[in-house]
Design a protein around this ligand. Structure first.
Ligand SMILES: Cc1ncc(COP(=O)(O)O)c(C=O)c1O
Length: 441
């Protein structure tokens, strides 16, 4: 396989979301990264078709970010964020707000997408309570939704393997919308599929069942990535917004993947023209150089809590590392790069060539669907009889062995490169996947 000559002891590290035994038998080790490429531990160049884990939007090893982090580490390594502040935290919040849709200009910092989701859910509960509607505690997620791994996130999430071990401990007041994935109706859609807006109307059924007065928030990924690239049908998000507004229910967009250019705009909200009440983000906010996340909150929601009846601390929530100085420095440097290099416009411009290259896989062996939006593509494969996911796992391995990093969920291959990619590299990604598809049974 690709094991370097000398490996460290692999036994102590329990790897996240990994088939540990399999990995340790055949390790895939990364050693360095620059621009569009990783270098594997055995010295091969690997084209990054996934921006790490959908997070390195400005490309790897950006000098400005490296310098900002190391400079800040020398000035002040850490500052407590409870009852104390430091200027970079406020500057980073101002910078984040400047990328958000109008009105969502209050920012709470976290360290990850999971924390951002749980923070957003808590803000929703606190908001209703501050307004005297504390009985609004129900949270509505969606089947096949991925909202990280906190107890809140897996409760509103809809991926069964992430839930079943913990099924007795999930949040009690949760319901789920149906997912929107339907190959019979939407296979090989380019951009948003035409069919499926009516699935948002299921929210009215859920509201009729529980009564709006018990529901705090609806949370969805505007475009679901981790669960296999599910693109929202035309009109779907608009309908969710309309129904939630009508019933006084907060709408949370989980933009952990979509914020910062993935679709060719600062946020999916901007891209789709649908503004939620809260946006959960992470990943691209710091180009993944330092763990960081945030929740952008509509000003009225923030004000209801902060100017509400409570005295002293208004919101009993926060992390030791909320707005960590190194994260704040990385965020400021990252957002500066996005703006200076106009990277979201670049993603938008490249999305046509990306779409064309992705759809060139129509007709390739095993392919049953190709779907795309912005710089994201999903290539769905027919599962092997009795072994779901095995074919995509083999494609992933063979791509890695031949110098290309992709991701897979079930039998869906996902591509989501850094926004600095060029047209030739886009072509290379899909040609390589096509070649590998011919090699797998
Ligand atoms: C939509 C969404 N929400 C939440 C998360 C969780 O983020 P993290 O792994 O940083 O906790 C992810 C991670 O991929 C995600 O895609």
């Amino acid at each position: 396989m690709n094991a370097p000559a000398e490996l460290p002891d692999l036994s102590h590290l329990w790897m996240p979301f990994t088939a540990n035994k399999q990995f340790k038998a055949h390790p895939r080790m990364l050693a360095a990264a620059k621009g569009m490429y990783y270098t594997s531990a055995d010295g091969r160049q690997v084209l990054d078709g996934t921006a790490g884990l959908w997070c390195v939007n400005a490309g790897h090893g950006r000098q400005e970010i490296v310098e900002a982090i190391s400079r800040q580490a020398g000035i002040m390594d850490y500052a407590p964020g409870f009852q104390l502040g430091h200027p970079l935290a406020f500057e980073a919040a101002t910078a984040v707000a400047s990328f958000m849709p109008q009105g969502l200009d209050r920012v709470f910092f976290t360290n990850s997408g999971s924390e951002s989701v749980d923070t957003a859910l808590k803000i929703a509960l606190a908001y209703h309570r501050a307004r005297g509607e504390g009985q609004r505690t129900r949270l509505i997620g969606r089947e096949r939704g991925y909202h990280g791994v906190g107890f809140g996130g897996i409760s509103v999430g809809g991926i069964s393997p992430n839930r079943k071990t913990f099924s007795g401990a999930l949040l009690p007041a949760v319901d789920h919308l149906p997912h929107t994935h339907n190959l019979e109706q939407n296979a090989y859609s380019k951009g948003q599929p035409a069919w499926g807006a009516h699935l948002a109307e299921d929210l009215e059924r859920i509201i009729a069942l529980h009564d709006a007065s018990t529901i705090a928030a609806v949370i969805v990924e505007p475009m679901a990535g981790s669960t296999g690239v599910l693109i929202p049908p035309k009109g779907y998000l608009e309908k969710l917004r309309e129904i939630t507004s009508k019933h006084g229910i907060l709408l949370i967009f989980d933009e952990v993947i979509t914020a910062y250019g993935r679709l060719g705009a600062a946020t999916a909200s901007e891209f789709f023209g649908v503004t939620p009440d809260l946006i959960a983000m992470a990943k691209g906010v710091s180009n993944a150089a330092v763990p960081a996340g945030a929740v952008a909150v509509r000003r009225e929601v923030h004000d209801a809590i902060v100017n509400g009846p409570a005295g002293g601390i208004e919101f009993f929530h926060g992390y030791t590392y909320s707005a960590h100085p190194l994260a704040a420095a990385a965020i400021l440097a990252t957002l500066d790069i996005y703006r200076r290099e106009d990277l979201f416009a670049r993603a938008r411009k490249l999305s046509g060539a990306f779409e064309q290259a992705a759809h060139s896989l129509k007709g390739a062996p095993h392919v049953i669907d190709v779907r795309n939006l912005g710089l994201v593509a999903g290539v769905e494969l027919a599962p092997r009889a009795g072994a779901p996911g095995a074919r995509a796992a083999e494609v992933f391995q063979k791509c890695f062995d031949s110098g290309l990093m992709v991701r897979y969920t079930g039998d869906i291959i996902a591509v989501s490169p850094p926004l600095i990619i060029d047209e030739a590299q886009i072509g290379q990604i899909f040609e390589q996947i096509g070649k590998v598809l011919k090699e797998v049974a």
